[in-house]
Design a protein around this ligand. Structure first.
Ligand code: TXA
Ligand code: MG
Length: 315
């Protein structure tokens, strides 16, 4: 059998924390499944998650926190959210209104104004989060479309040993966390997971609704019109008078508001700038943003997916 052990596997929590602080990826054990971790405040590190998983589009990621104090810097906690957070640490992810300027990379939240947070119930994951001192974005540590890994061995197998893994033994739960959106006066389950809805209801003395598959609240990553700027978008084009221009690579001369995703044509840089530049052009008040063609290779696939969603007709 092929040897898939890496020589770069961290031996200690401190080694793993050093990798993550340096902007590198490190997989780690949680009680649900192994996560592919990155510093959630570092856009390049978060983009490496999408690249490594081969994820075709930017889906918002779950942000893992060391404790409630860290979580409170990222999101607004209503009294209801505070009640639900009593189940932390645990396999419950809460979708909450993001705090403006919370320092998270736009790509981690996929440009949404809500953020999905959990505190994992695993001693090694908690020690790692405390050692890094920053929130970690972590989807399941498998190539896109494959099964979630529940052992370090499966992570190494999935990524051919290319990703360092902090081995914490087999995962207790083996399925992903339950995702619950906290609305003003109601909890809505968006994804069934490692803690049953009934158990959440029992523990909190509250009822938990189930998201309607068609409801906008259900899965923002799945909606056709997802990240919607105020302006409309025209794709693969050049700008006309009165429009704003989102360029890529060599930009044509244009007198109106212009941002360039990457003057040098670097898709990694373009992905990092995408949400921020759409926000900026939106803020300048244009009704229409003309977007230059972006090649469909590598991260370009995710960029074009997001642009198509932003350009899609809205209700
Ligand atoms: O157990 C787990 O949750 C694992 C371990 C590693 O913690 N993580 C995990 O993460 O499953 P991920 O990134 O694969 O799951 C993200 C899910 C996606 O379905 C995404 O749509 C949803 O969370 N999500 C993230 N942010 C959201 C938001 N603001 N609103 C609604 N759903 C959100
Ligand atoms: Mg997954």
């Amino acid at each position: 059998m092929k040897d898939v052990m890496t020589h770069s596997d961290p031996k200690t929590v401190e080694d793993a924390a050093a990798l993550l602080r340096a902007g590198q990826l490190c997989a780690f054990a949680t009680e649900t499944v192994y996560g592919l971790g990155a510093d959630a405040t570092n856009a390049d590190a978060v983009l490496s998650i999408y690249e490594t998983k081969g994820r075709p589009r930017f889906n918002p990621l779950i942000i893992h926190c060391a404790d409630l104090a860290m979580a409170e810097t990222l999101a607004e906690f209503s009294p209801l959210a505070r009640r639900a957070a009593a189940l932390w640490p645990g396999p419950l992810t809460l979708v909450l209104p993001a705090r403006p300027g919370n320092g998270l990379a736009d790509v981690a939240m996929a440009g949404l104004d809500t953020v999905a947070i959990r505190i994992p119930d695993h001693p090694l994951a908690l020690a790692l989060l405390a050692a890094v001192g920053k929130p970690l974005a972590a989807p399941s540590a498998n190539p896109s479309g494959r099964l979630s890994p529940t052992t370090a061995f499966q992570v190494r197998l999935g990524f051919d040993g290319r990703v360092p893994v902090l081995d914490g033994g087999p995962c207790r739960a083996g399925v992903e966390s339950t995702i619950v959106r906290v609305l003003e006066d109601q909890l809505v389950q968006l994804r069934a997971g490692a803690i049953a809805r009934h158990d959440i209801e029992q523990a909190l003395g509250l009822s938990v609704a189930v998201a309607d598959k068609d409801a906008a609240v259900a899965a923002p990553g799945m909606l056709v019109s997802h990240y919607a700027p105020n302006a409309s978008l025209r794709l693969n084009t050049t700008p006309k008078a009165g429009e704003a221009y989102l360029a890529f690579g060599k930009a044509q001369d244009f007198a109106g508001p212009t941002r360039n995703l990457s003057p040098s044509g670097d898709l990694h840089e373009a992905a990092r700038n995408l949400f921020a530049m759409l926000h900026e052009l939106d803020g300048l008040g244009a009704d229409m943003i003309a977007v230059a063609p972006v090649p469909d290779r590598g991260l370009g696939e995710a960029i074009n997916d997001r642009l198509q969603r932003a350009a899609a007709p809205r209700d």
